[in-house]
Design a protein around this ligand. Structure first.
Ligand code: GDP
Ligand code: IMO
Ligand code: MG
Length: 424
C-alpha cells in the first residue's frame, strides 16, 4: 500500500485535524512527520471539541495506529498534559500510540530560548508560538540535541544537564525570568511518564506496515507557506512542512507516496508576523474572523484574515505535488454577497505576475481580484445535492485555475459536516 500525505497549503490552521479524523477510518496508520506543539489540530464530534498538539489526529479512531515520527520535536511536558486530557475518553492510547526514538526532545530551556530570541528581534519578531520549536530544531541540526530514545539511557540526566548548561550560558545574556527547579522537576516527571509508552524505531515499523499491506496517512502540521525552505522566510516555522518532509520525517522512500491531499480554507488566514498579500485590515476582515472564529488553537491569538490567494495556492500545489484538494470552511463565506479571488499580484514596478516573488517580505504586493457572486445562504452540514449554484461556480472556478480536483468541501467544524464529492 501507499502513504497518502495530507498537508496545509496556506499558513496553517486549514482544518487538517478535522479532515485527518474524517479520513482516519480508511487508514491503518496515521503518522505525524514534523513540527511539534506549535500545532493545534481541532476535531469535533458528538458535540465535543478536541485540540491535539502532538498526538496524531487518528487517536479517536480505535482502528488506527498513531505514530509520532522522527521528524517531530516532542515536548514531554505538553505530551503528558495531552495524554491526561484524553484519559476520560477511554481510548487505548498506550496500545495505539507509537513514538519514534529518533524524534527530537524539546526541553524547558528551548522554550526560554524561544522567548529570548523573539524578544531580541523586537519589531521583527516572527510571532512564534514560543513552544521551543526553533531552538530544538537548531540543536538537532547542530548535532547536540537530545532524542526520545535517549531517555532510556543510564546517563540521560547527565546529557540533559550538559545541554541545559549550554542553554544557561546563552540565557545569561537575556532577561528572561524562570524558576528552574520547578521546570526541571516538571520535565523529569514528564520524561518518566513518556517512558511508559511504545518508543520504537518508527522507520522500521512504518516500512513493515507497508510491506504488510497497511495504508498510512501522513498528517502534516503548519502549512506550506510556513515551510523553512519555501515559506516567507524568515517568517516561517523551522521544519519542512511539504510532502518531502513526510519522507524524511518518517523514513519512507518517495516511491511509497500515493495521494497528496492539499487542504485549504475557502479564504486565507495567518497567525503571527509575515507577509500576507490578501490580508483584510478592515471591517470585512473583522467579519471574516468573527464568522470563522479565527482565533489560534494553540495560543488563542486572533488570526489575520483575507481573501483566497491563487498565486500562493498554485505555488504550494507545485511544491507538494498535490493530487486532490480539500476546501474547508466554505460555510464562513456564506455571510458575503460578493467573494473575491486573488488571481495575480501586481508588484511595485507595475508588473503583474502569478509567481511568488523572492522578495515577498519586502515587496509591496497589490492583489488583483476577480469577483464572484456569493451564495449568501447558510450551508452548514448540507449534502452534495444541495450545494448552492454560486458555491458550485466558486468551486469550478478554483478547480479550473488550480488544475486539481476539489474532492472534499467542508461546511462546518463537525466530522459530519463534510461533503465528499462522489463525482470526483
Ligand atoms: P488545523 O491546525 O489545520 O488542524 O486547523 P485548526 O484546528 O487550528 O483550525 C481550524 C478551525 O476551523 C478549528 O476551530 C475547526 O474546528 C474549524 N473548522 C474546520 N473545518 C471547518 C469548517 O468547514 N467550517 C467551520 N466553520 N469551521 C471549521
Ligand atoms: P497548525 O499545525 C498556524 C506560525 C506561528 C509563527 C510561525 C513560527 O495548527 O496548522 P513557531 O512556533 O513554529 O516558531 O512559529 O509559524 N505557526 C502556525 N500558524 N498554525 C500552526 O500549526 C502553526 N505553527 C506555527 O504563528 O508565525
Ligand atoms: Mg491549527
Amino acid at each position: 500500500m501507499k502513504v497518502d500525505v495530507l498537508l496545509g497549503l496556506q499558513w496553517g490552521d486549514e482544518g487538517k485535524g478535522k479532515i485527518v479524523d474524517v479520513l482516519a477510518p480508511k487508514y491503518d496508520v496515521v503518522a505525524r512527520f514534523q513540527g511539534g506543539p506549535n500545532a493545534g489540530h481541532t476535531l469535533e464530534f458528538d458535540g465535543i471539541k478536541h485540540v491535539l498538539h502532538q498526538i496524531p489526529s487518528g487517536i479517536f479512531r480505535p482502528s488506527a495506529k498513531n505514530v509520532i515520527g522522527n521528524g517531530v520535536v516532542l515536548d514531554p511536558i505538553i505530551f503528558k498534559i495531552e495524554i491526561e486530557k484524553l484519559q476520560k475518553y477511554n481510548l487505548k492510547v498506550k496500545d495505539n500510540l507509537f513514538i519514534s526514538k529518533k524524534a527530537t526532545l524539546i526541553i524547558p530551556t528551548h522554550r526560554l530560548l524561544d522567548q529570548a530570541y523573539e524578544k531580541a528581534k523586537g519589531d521583527n519578531k516572527i510571532g512564534s508560538t514560543l513552544k521551543g520549536i526553533g531552538p530544538s530544531y537548531v540543536d538537532k541540526v547542530s548535532r547536540q540535541g537530545l532524542r526520545v530514545g535517549d531517555i532510556l539511557a543510564a546517563d540521560f540526566k547527565t546529557r540533559f544537564q550538559k545541554l541545559v548548561n549550554q542553554h544557561f550560558e546563552i540565557l545569561k545574556n537575556h532577561d528572561i525570568p524562570y524558576n528552574w527547579a520547578e521546570l526541571e522537576t516538571q520535565f523529569l516527571d514528564a520524561v518518566s511518564f513518556l517512558k511508559e509508552f511504545k518508543l520504537i524505531d518508527s522507520e522500521y515499523f512504518l516500512n513493515q506496515e507497508l510491506k504488510n499491506g497497511s495504508s498510512v496517512l501522513a498528517e502534516g502540521a503548519q502549512g506550506s507557506l510556513l515551510d523553512i525552505d519555501f515559506g516567507s522566510y524568515p517568517f516561517v516555522t523551522s521544519s519542512n512542512t511539504v510532502t518531502a518532509g513526510a519522507c524524511t520525517g518518517l523514513g519512507l522512500a518517495p516511491k511509497h507516496i500515493g495521494e497528496v491531499y492539499g487542504i485549504f480554507k475557502a479564504y486565507s488566514t495567518r497567525v503571527g508576523s509575515g507577509p500576507f498579500p490578501t490580508e483584510l485590515l478592515d471591517a470585512e476582515g473583522e467579519k471574516m474572523r468573527k464568522e470563522g472564529n479565527e482565533f489560534g488553537s494553540t495560543t488563542g491569538r486572533p488570526r489575520r484574515c483575507g481573501w483566497i490567494d491563487l498565486p500562493a495556492l498554485k505555488y504550494s500545489i507545485m511544491i507538494n505535488g498535490v493530487s486532490q484538494l480539500l476546501m474547508m470552511k466554505a460555510d464562513v463565506l456564506s455571510i458575503f454577497e460578493t467573494i473575491k479571488v486573488c488571481t495575480h499580484y501586481q508588484l511595485e514596478d507595475g508588473s503583474v505576475t502569478e509567481i511568488m516573488p523572492y522578495e515577498i517580505v519586502h515587496e509591496k504586493i497589490t492583489p488583483i481580484y476577480t469577483e464572484l457572486k456569493g451564495w449568501n445562504v447558510p450551508i452548514q452540514g448540507i449534502s452534495e445535492s444541495n450545494i448552492p449554484v454560486e458555491l458550485s461556480h466558486y468551486v469550478d472556478f478554483l478547480e479550473k485555475a488550480l488544475q486539481v480536483p476539489i474532492t472534499f468541501i467542508s461546511t462546518g467544524p463537525d466530522r459530519t459536516q463534510t461533503i465528499h464529492r462522489k463525482t470526483k
